[in-house]
Design a protein around this ligand. Structure first.
Ligand code: KIV
Ligand code: NA
Length: 267
């Protein structure tokens, strides 16, 4: 798709129905992102997510999603302690979680890991720019690569990840010019932007941002393509109201008995 300049679509999914929806509506890659921690599990940071929780949700998505290429985030702490440990944890995501590929946050420092994973047969997606697992050391969520030095180090990381065998790289929250430059410099790895401008090989969004179920902070790059939250609010209110005023259930929503048997129960 990169070679043909066909824009690649990636969308996150966290369970069976969202996985099914990604498949049914033509998404190219489904990502079980560790944004799972916040948008589905109510944690305050992605760093809280465990590997067991990730595996559990990957399995559910995998059951609902056969066609799109399925990528699972390696949770914080599952790939930092060494290559062997990371390989064991990635194998769990593939074998138990059912994902096709794993995503790790970081660049040059993970070259050895990317090589090992691809060597053993696990495709790797990189993730550079704003890397939420490092929000504490980055002093929060902010645009990366705005300075010339910052941009150069992102380019170096992207080139190193590609050389190590990464098939794609997420570029999160970086200036458009940097996203476009990295995309032109990479010949094998596809760039998937989220807040990286319009010239990357593909785009990614978080399910809850796209469909409008998330009520928390919304980054500059998020576009709401739906209003599920409004629909949920309308539906739940209407249900509560209908129960209270006894308009639900109606006779047509209730079961009847045969007339002769019903007779005994009248009054
Ligand atoms: O966890 C996630 O949802 C992600 C995407 C934003 C790329 O990593
Ligand atoms: Na993530």
């Amino acid at each position: 798709m990169k070679r043909k300049h066909t824009p690649i679509t990636m969308l996150t999914a966290y369970d069976f129905p969202t996985g099914r929806a990604c498949e049914a509506h033509g998404v190219d890659m489904t990502l079980v992102g560790d944004s799972l921690a916040q948008v589905c599990l109510g944690y305050d940071a992605t760093t809280r997510l465990t590997l067991d929780e990730m595996v559990h949700h990957c399995r559910a998505v995998a059951r609902g999603s056969k066609a799109p290429f399925l990528v699972g985030d390696m949770p914080f702490g599952t790939y930092q302690a060494g290559v062997d440990d990371a390989v064991r944890n990635a194998v769990r995501l593939v074998r138990e979680g059912g994902v096709d590929a794993v995503k790790i946050e970081g660049g040059v420092e993970y070259v050895d890991l990317v090589k090992r994973l691809t060597t053993v047969g696990i495709p790797v997606m990189g993730h550079i720019g704003l890397t939420p697992q490092r929000q504490a050391i980055l002093s929060g969520f902010r645009v990366q690569g705005k300075s010339a030095e910052g941009a150069v180090s992102l380019v170096d990381s992207a080139l190193a990840l590609e050389a190590a065998g990464a098939f794609a790289i997420v570029l999160e929250a970086i200036p458009h010019a940097v996203g476009a430059h990295i995309t032109r410099r990479l010949h094998h790895a596809a760039t998937i932007g989220i807040g990286a401008g319009w010239e990357t090989d593909g785009q990614a969004l978080v399910w809850d941002d796209l469909v409008g179920t998330w009520s928390g902070h919304m980054a500059k790059y998020v576009r709401r393509f739906g209003d599920v939250r409004g629909e949920v609010e309308r539906g739940v209110h209407a249900y509560v109201q209908a129960v209270r005023d006894r308009s639900f259930p109606s006779p047509s929503e209730s079961y009847n008995m045969p007339a002769e048997a019903a007779g005994r129960f009248v009054g």
